[in-house]
Write a protein that binds this ligand. Structure first.
Ligand code: HEC
Length: 149
């Protein structure tokens, strides 16, 4: 290969790697600041998105409704905590992204869909923010539950 071809190939590989990293984050990567898959900037962006879109139902910092296990009169459930004290951490990243995309209404719930309001990068940022509220123990249990990529 000529040096020029090597350069072209290197640029192409770097661009590809950057692309796939953004689409599906490497969950086992450890960001130097957070020690987790997400950056501090994602948490900050997610915090602002959470306060604008989710706080009215899920309460500050994802603390949720105290009685979230008790069904309402219509059989649906109140907004649960998202801060690691309920069962949000039982769901894989893909399931969490789908919940934001489609909401809970198709499954008889009340959660609105955010597929048209939040793009994928914003959904990941909100999830990063929620996970920043999870204790290390909860986060590592969530990580172990991810299906192999
Ligand atoms: C209008 C109230 C409302 C808003 C706004 C809302 N949610 Fe929800 N959310 C709910 C309810 C109620 C549920 C329980 C399932 C259902 O009824 O759909 C839920 C469930 C969830 C779940 C599943 C939790 C679990 O443990 O299984 C996640 C994750 C979630 N919401 C995240 C969010 C995020 C992030 C936002 C903002 C982008 C948001 N919600 C905005 C009401 C809301």
């Amino acid at each position: 290969m000529t040096p020029y071809k090597i350069l072209v190939a290197t640029v192409a590989i770097t661009a590809l790697a950057a692309c796939s990293r953004q689409d599906v984050p490497d969950l086992n990567s450890q960001n130097p600041t957070t020690g987790r898959w997400y950056t501090a900037e994602q948490v900050k962006q997610g915090n602002a998105l959470y306060d604008a879109n989710c706080i009215s139902c899920h309460h500050p910092r994802g603390s949720g409704t105290p009685d979230w296990r008790k069904p309402l009169a219509d059989g649906s459930y109140p907004p649960p905590p998202l801060n690691g004290t309920a069962h949000t951490w039982h769901h894989s990243l893909q399931v969490l992204l789908n919940t934001l995309e489609e909401g809970g209404i198709p499954m008889g719930g009340k959660m609105p869909a955010f597929g048209k309001t939040l793009d994928d990068e914003q959904k990941l940022a909100v999830i990063a923010y929620l996970q920043s509220q999870w204790r290390d123990e909860i986060y590592s249990q969530w990580l172990q539950r991810q299906s192999p990529q």
